[in-house]
Design a protein around this ligand. Structure first.
Ligand code: 13P
Ligand code: SF4
Length: 339
């Protein structure tokens, strides 16, 4: 598979070579101004990173921002598939990823050669693929979706059209249940969302009877069955803001609580428990790779950056652009603007 992330070259500034007294916030701001850069961050990034970003959002919103920006440099504080999508949508910009190793278990679960074999085995099927995959897998797909537009896009497909859905089997299963489809599912999972414990969640609900449970559709069915609201990160955030309840149990990556707490400081947000009870296992280990130091270094070095064959980019653009064209229009809310 083509590696689309180019690491910093020889002579690049490293963490060891950095001035230990550098004011990272001031330097990132200076570089942002001088280099005409925009900093985009996903809701799962550390709160410090969310606070310095120009825009914080879910996968779909970040793709839209990346496509529309006229900044010369996009610093993508998220994981590889997100930055790669930004490059596919806006190839004339330099797209930086603070840590080249920031991957995703769903992307890893779906290698292009295996995915091609899956498609070949099911001729006549339309392939709808979650954006959490590599450019090579996108290039082999018909339509890309995110968790915020998947249902609306699937409902636009004629009912007699068989569909393959990859790579998240829990999201695919959830979409099958709500749309009444019978999409064939790739067996991938998100290592963060699959670890929530049904048993511990039931116990927590007993302790907090007034709390509403909100969950990302990457969670297993048993967790979704206990949820009062299921949706993308943005949809969950909106729900906690607009619903009158005072207490919420959050079954997704807990760094999103930062935005929930900012939007509703008097409400209480509790992280859904994993099988091990009080562990930090709901933190996404890939998202956590990005740090302030690495943001500063990538802006100085202008690397790691995305680069891909134009043939691959164009092939991956086709299903991504289809997604953009089939997505319901964005709804403007306070979090859609600056962080
Ligand atoms: P959203 O599109 O809901 O932000 O989800 C991205 C993701 O990776 C969830 O694990
Ligand atoms: Fe991938 Fe899961 Fe991390 Fe989202 S939370 S980036 S799906 S590993």
């Amino acid at each position: 598979m083509q590696d689309t992330v180019v690491p910093p070259g020889k002579g690049a500034l490293t963490e060891e070579g950095m001035d230990p007294f550098v004011d990272l916030h001031a330097e990132i701001d200076r570089l942002r101004r001088e280099k005409n850069a925009v900093i985009l961050a996903h809701f799962y990034q550390d709160s410090e990173i969310q606070d310095l970003a120009d825009f914080v959002g879910d996968s779909l919103e970040l793709s839209r921002k990346a496509q529309a920006t006229d900044a010369g440099i996009i610093v993508f504080c998220g994981v590889r598939f997100m930055g790669e999508a930004a490059k596919i949508l806006n190839p004339s910009r330099t797209v930086l990823l603070p840590d080249a190793e920031a991957g995703c278990s769903l992307e890893d679960s779906c290698q292009p050669e295996d995915f091609r074999a899956f498609r070949d085995k099911h001729p006549g099927h339309l392939s709808i693929t979650y954006i959490n995959c590599s450019a090579a897998v996108k290039a082999l797909s018909d339509i890309i979706v995110t968790s915020s537009n998947a249902e609306a896009i699937i409902r636009q497909i004629p009912e007699d059209q068989p569909i393959l859905f990859a790579p998240d089997r829990y999201l695919g299963g959830y979409l099958n249940r709500i749309t009444g489809r019978n999409m064939m599912l790739w067996p991938g999972t998100c290592i963060v969302h699959e670890q929530f414990s049904e048993r511990e969640l039931v116990k927590l609900k007993v302790h907090h009877p007034s709390a509403l449970v909100v969950a990302h559709p990457e969670c297993p069915e048993a967790i979704l069955n206990l949820a009062d609201h299921v949706g993308s990160t943005k949809s969950i955030l909106n729900f906690t803001q607009t619903n009158k309840a005072e207490k919420f149990i959050i079954a997704t990556e807990p760094h999103i609580i930062h935005q929930m707490q900012k939007a509703a400081p008097n409400k209480t947000f509790i992280t859904a428990p994993g099988v091990d009870g009080d562990c930090d296992c709901a933190n996404c280990p890939y998202m956590e790779k990005n740090t302030l130091e690495k943001i500063y270094l990538c802006m100085v070095n202008e690397a790691p950056y995305f680069q891909m064959d134009e043939a691959l980019r164009l092939a991956a653009l086709k299903p991504l652009q289809r997604m953009m064209d089939m997505s319901p229009p964005a709804v403007q809310t306070p979090q859609s603007s600056a962080a």
